[in-house]
Each structure stands twice: as C-alpha cells, then as structure tokens.
Design a protein around this ligand. Structure first.
Ligand SMILES: NC(=O)c1ccc[n+]([C@@H]2O[C@H](COP(=O)([O-])OP(=O)(O)OC[C@H]3O[C@@H](n4cnc5c(N)ncnc54)[C@H](O)[C@@H]3O)[C@@H](O)[C@H]2O)c1
Length: 251
C-alpha cells in the first residue's frame, strides 16, 4: 500500500487504546489518515497516539461507547479540532461475557450488549448523522464482530449473541447508509493475541491453537490490515460483508 492510501481522511477508532483497535490506529497512521483514538481508558488512547510520528496531528479521547452523551461529546471534540467529523469509523471497543448461561448475571448480560451492540449502533448513528450535517457523502465503517457471532461459543452465549447482533446490524444499516455514500462491513476475527485471549491459561490457549488449522493465534495487525482495506477505496464494491479473519478457527 502507498503512504497516500488514506491521506486527508479522518478515522475514528473505538477501543483504540488496546489490541485490535491500537493495531488498526497504527496502520491508519502509516497510511496517512488523521487518527482519533477513543477508549474508555483515556490514558491508553493517549499511549496509542504517542506512538505516532507526530502525535499533535491526531487526537486521543475518552469515550464510553455505551453512553449516547459520551459518543456525542466525542464527535463534537473531533469537529472542534478538525472542523469536520470523521468519515472513517472502526468500532473495536468490546467486552467479554464469559460464563454458562444458567448462572449468567443479568447485569453482565446488559453490560455486554450495551458495549458490543448498542455501542456499535450509537457510534454508527452519530458519525452518519454528523457526516450528513456537514454535507459529507463518502465514508466507510467497519464493525469488529467475531466468528462466535455465527458459530456460537459455549459458555459465551451473551458475547456470541452480541456479536451476532453486530453482524446483522451491519448488514441492515449497510443497505441504508450506502445511499449516503457510506459503505459498512464487519470483520469476524477468530482468536487474536490481545488481552482477551492472553488472559486465558496456557492450556486453554493450546486448545485454541489445536482448533485453528493455521496452528497459531492471530496477531492484532492481521485484523487491522483487513480493517484498513475495508476503509479504503480498494474495497469499493464491498457492502454489508462479514469478513472472516480466523486462521480457519472452529469453536
Ligand atoms: N481478541 C480476540 O480474540 C477477538 C476475537 C474476536 C473478536 N474480538 C473483538 O475485537 C474487538 C477488540 O478486542 P481486543 O481483542 O482488541 O481486546 P482489548 O481488550 O485489547 O480491546 C478492547 C478495548 O475496548 C475498550 N473498551 C471497553 N469498553 C469500552 C467502552 N464502553 N467504551 C469504549 N471503549 C471500551 C477497552 O478499554 C479496550 O481498550 C472487540 O470488539 C472484541 O470483541 C476479539
């Protein structure tokens, strides 16, 4: 890819302080985009931006994607700095929801849906409306779902349901937002080496590797590269797709 691929574009990444979100921010910066790294942990978003060649051109923000006020304040902060909302969006903020369904707590269920699914809705809605308000009609959104959203992972029913919701939500809004010049697609990662997977014991990680034909756990950059491809014009005919990045993993 050339350094000009996303030159002049403003890209907002939620969950930008860690894992897949941070890796995506770094690839976006490499490709010339102005990057807005958002995270509920502001210090980690700041750490991401401080990895860039010129951090002052970019923005690190505290955003709780599950709260409409926080999402709206984020878009206002971007417009205040750049006189324009983002036109590229990656929804990577996410939480796990581990435990057997029969004893899974209602509060935990709500939190998982609020961050993973409602957060995706709030961000897509806010950016699409801000683009319309500013007369912008060329954008691309990428929602990070999960392969568990179509396969269903045992003892992860809420997480799997939230990600299945993200896949369906992406397909539905892609049919609406294409009329505003916005392409929307989702990525379904398999096991990726971030805090979410490395927290598991080695024996669990070994079991994951055994269920992954490529024989290893993926790197966050391997998802980030696909996200940046989907944001760029190189994927110009892709609308409503669910792209699997799994090493062949079967859960
Ligand atoms: N790692 C994997 O194996 C894997 C597999 C499939 C899908 N995913 C998905 O990829 C995405 C990124 O996960 P990751 O693996 O990089 O994990 P991660 O924990 O490294 O990153 C998630 C980030 O989201 C942030 N976050 C959590 N709640 C938030 C909120 N309310 N508002 C804003 N930010 C919030 C966290 O602070 C963190 O920085 C998630 O949506 C996850 O479900 C991960």
């Amino acid at each position: 890819m050339t350094a000009e691929l996303l030159q002049g574009r403003i890209a907002l990444v939620t969950g930008g302080g860690s894992g897949i979100g941070r890796a995506t921010c770094r690839i976006l910066e490499r490709e010339g985009a102005t990057v807005v790294a958002c995270d509920i942990k502001e210090s980690t978003a700041r750490e991401t931006v401080n990895l860039f060649r010129d951090p002052s051109k970019h923005l690190a923000l505290m955003t709780d994607v599950s709260k409409a006020e926080s999402v709206d304040a984020t878009i206002s902060a971007v417009v205040a700095k750049y006189k324009s909302p983002p036109t590229l969006l990656v929804n990577s903020a996410g939480v796990t929801g581990i435990g057997p369904m029969k004893s899974f707590k209602e509060d935990s269920f709500k939190n998982c849906i609020d961050v993973n699914l409602k957060g995706t809705y709030l961000m897509c809605k806010a950016v699409a409306n801000a683009m319309e308000k500013h007369g912008l009609n060329k954008g691309s959104f990428v929602n990070i779902a999960s392969i568990t959203g179509i396969l269903g992972l045992k003892d992860n029913s809420c997480y799997s349901a939230s990600k299945g919701g993200v896949i369906a939500f992406t397909k539905a809004i892609s049919k609406e937002l294409i009329h505003d010049g916005i392409r929307v697609n989702s990525i379904l990662p398999g096991p990726i080496e971030t805090g979410m997977v490395s927290a598991h014991a080695e024996i669990v990680q070994q079991a994951i590797r055994e269920r992954t034909p490529i024989g290893r756990i993926g790197q966050p950059e391997e998802v980030g590269e696909v996200a940046v491809f989907l944001l760029s014009d190189r994927s110009s005919y892709m609308v409503g797709s669910s792209v699997e990045v799994t090493g062949g993993y079967i859960c």
